[in-house]
Write a protein that binds this ligand. Structure first.
Ligand code: CA
Length: 231
């Protein structure tokens, strides 16, 4: 599925130019013109990577980075003015994954984004755990407590996509792309029937789902892990 990039940049023309270039390079994009809006956007629907300008109105880039790092490892690439070593080091210390000095080429930005996304994918956990539900991504095995659960290929891919981003809302189209990379006319119903089958297999009470939640009019999201970790 296409990675979503949040572009945080107060110069609107530059933000639009970056967004257009990234969309052409195969990414989904969202723009935030100030730090406060950026933090709200991350809360609402966490992106896969953030391109973060440092000089921003309301909440500056340092503060945005600091607050995001408090509870998230979303990769961040900082955009800095021509600054010296100290500012760069400060950015990396705050948890930025990379930085790019302005002015930069959009091609360079795309290359950096791809490199950072590749690194973070490698660091992704082999096991996804949410309460009693445990997914071994490499072996493609699913357990609920001690019970082994057999899933079809589509169901497994759907489940992994949802569990990799607990709380994030996926439209049916995004989910369909995640499992087959193409679009189809009856995609809403195709996803609905996969979700229904998946629920029958992993939900204690499929009629009242606790794990895969419906977001009416949009799609689905996986529940956030219960407080205190594993049950
Ligand atoms: Ca700026």
């Amino acid at each position: 599925m296409k990675p979503k990039i949040l572009i945080v940049e107060d110069e609107e023309q530059l933000a639009q130019a970056i967004a257009l270039y990234l969309r052409n390079a195969g990414f989904l994009t969202e723009i935030a013109l100030d730090g406060q809006t950026a933090l709200e956007a991350v809360q609402k629907e966490p992106p896969d990577l953030i391109v973060l300008d440092l000089m921003l109105p309301k909440v500056d880039g340092w503060e945005v980075c600091h607050r995001i790092r408090k509870d998230s490892q979303i990769p961040i690439i900082m955009l800095t003015a021509r600054v010296g070593e100290p500012a760069r080091i400060q950015g990396l210390e705050l948890g930025a994954d990379d930085y790019l000095e302005k002015p930069f080429s959009l091609r360079e930005l795309v290359a950096r984004i791809q490199a950072v996304l590749r690194r973070s994918a490698k660091a992704a956990p082999r096991h996804l755990v949410n309460g009693a539900l445990v997914v071994d991504v490499e072996k493609r095995e699913v357990r609920y407590g001690h019970k082994q659960i057999d899933l079809t290929r589509s169901e497994f891919d759907l489940l992994v996509t949802l569990m990799q981003h607990p709380g994030r809302v996926f439209s049916r189209l995004q989910l369909l792309e995640a499992i087959q990379g193409t679009t189809a006319d009856s995609f809403d119903r195709a996803i609905d029937s996969h979700i229904k089958n998946l629920r029958k297999k992993i939900e204690p009470d499929p009629k009242h789902p606790q794990l895969i939640l419906t977001v009416y009019g949009v799609g689905y999201r996986f529940r956030k892990p219960p407080e205190g970790g594993q049950e």
